[in-house]
Design a protein. Structure first.
Length: 435
């Protein structure tokens, strides 16, 4: 075990020196260690589940896979008021205020529990009024509410592990949850012969519940603790994050799925989601894992200028690798999807470009968010600007260009916000830091 630790430290030091040209500081070394454990866990989980995911998509076909992504898209929207940005607030405050961790965890859990009860009941009451404009049957609507409920618990407990620095333990939990997913999806596909969207839905819900149950077990002593002052601080910060997340919903794949279903039907949602799967893997799994280690680490550092410069250097060196790797992965996946999923190199290239741009934007967004309330306000402005542009472009481009229009819309809105984020960091936040 000691030999393995030394080997890991050596690898970390070599990689850091290769990218930045100097040895890592103590903070940087701890950050990269946490990142190593996180990537180990998420990579192992992806390797365990990836083939079964592709197999499930092949069995389901575009229509049923489209239904699943509609449920997820609407469920992610319903989860926004239930979670109220508290998973992000927890990451920020657990990283910055280590002495109050028990109260931060307990206060966040109690606030979210109340929000889950209120909004689950509210969405059920409003169901008859919402399914008509969404153009979905009631059964999918109820699945979306269930998805929101379970995913909120998953996101919150995951943030508890990450914010408190328990990355090694969380990596183990991710691997266990991946094995649970494999057991469930195998049971649905090979024993029940269930080739509907519900097979993949319930398998993913089982995976989410594993993380939540481990979280309850690990943090059970903290969950009933509460501080009104800390709760107010969390909610103050998370209010801005909620606005950003709400706007972000209208900037990416979830709103794309709903709008594609509105204009073209669920089969197009399934085909688009087949391309978007790589975006989910790279951005939602890998980049968001990076962010959840990165944000608590940089929240305790005042010199964001150095972080900003290192981020620019990092993406300058690996940007082309991100693009090429994701294009190849999209092409490879379509070899396994089956004849119902038709590959288009233009869609694949544009999706790979979209992933590359958005990856850069995520890291810059974390640097801005680490500055506290000021950064949260900037994030809200960027998020709403991107959302408005994206929805308007979708309305114009989807009827004319179908799937090409969706991805072009994402690229344009992401590129504009990316330029604005670089400007704000370079000429506003870093400049003020110098002053």
């Amino acid at each position: 075990m000691e030999l393995l630790k030394k080997l890991i430290n050596l690898i970390i030091t070599k990689i850091y020196f290769l990218i930045f040209g100097n040895k890592p500081s103590e903070i940087a070394e701890q950050f990269v260690k946490n990142l190593f454990y996180s990537f180990f866990g998420i990579s192992a989980a992806i390797l365990i589940t990836f083939g079964f995911n592709i197999l499930a998509i092949r069995f389901l076909g575009p229509v049923e896979y489209g239904k699943l992504n509609l449920v997820v898209g609407i469920g992610e929207f319903f989860a926004i008021p239930m979670l109220f940005g508290l998973s992000i607030a927890v990451l920020r405050y657990l990283g910055a205020e280590k002495e109050n961790r028990a109260l931060i965890i307990g206060s966040a859990f109690r606030v979210v529990s109340v929000l889950i009860l209120i909004f689950s009941f509210l969405f059920l009451i409003l169901g008859d009024y919402l399914i008509a404009p969404l153009k979905i049957p009631m059964v999918l609507y109820k699945f979306a509410i269930l998805y929101a409920f379970i995913s909120v618990l998953f996101y919150l407990f995951q943030s508890f592990f990450q914010g408190s620095g328990q990355f090694k333990r969380l990596s183990f939990i991710w691997i266990v949850s991946a094995l649970v997913f494999v057991i469930f999806i195998s049971f649905y596909l090979f024993i029940l012969k269930n080739y509907s969207f519900s097979s993949l839905f319930f398998s993913n819900m089982a995976r989410f519940l594993v993380v939540a149950l481990f979280g309850i077990l690990v943090f059970r002593k903290f969950l009933l603790k509460f501080s009104l002052k800390i709760a107010k601080n969390l909610v103050h910060y998370s209010a801005y994050q909620t606005l950003s997340v709400t706007a972000g919903f209208f900037s990416l794949g979830n709103i794309d799925n709903i709008m594609l279903n509105y204009y073209l039907g669920s089969a197009f949602v399934g085909l688009y989601s087949a391309y978007y799967l790589v975006f989910n893997v790279f951005v939602d799994k890998i980049l968001n894992t990076f962010s959840q280690v990165f944000l608590p680490a940089v929240s305790g550092i005042s010199n964001i200028q150095v972080i900003f410069q290192k981020t620019l250097l990092f993406f300058k060196k690996i940007g082309i690798l991100i693009f090429g790797g994701n294009f190849f992965l999209i092409w490879l996946l379509f070899k396994f999807y089956g004849k119902d999923f038709i590959f288009d190199w233009r869609l694949a290239g544009l999706m790979a470009l979209s992933i590359s741009l958005y990856s850069f934007l995520i890291i810059l967004g974390n640097i801005i968010a680490s500055t506290g309330i000021r950064g949260a306000k900037i994030g809200v402005f960027f998020a709403f600007s991107s959302a408005i542009m994206h929805v308007l472009l979708n309305i114009i481009l989807i009827p004319r260009f179908q799937l090409l229009g969706v991805i072009i819309s994402t690229i344009i809105s992401t590129l504009i916000i990316l330029i604005a984020a670089i400007y704000v960091l370079k000429f506003k936040l870093c400049k003020n830091e110098k002053g």
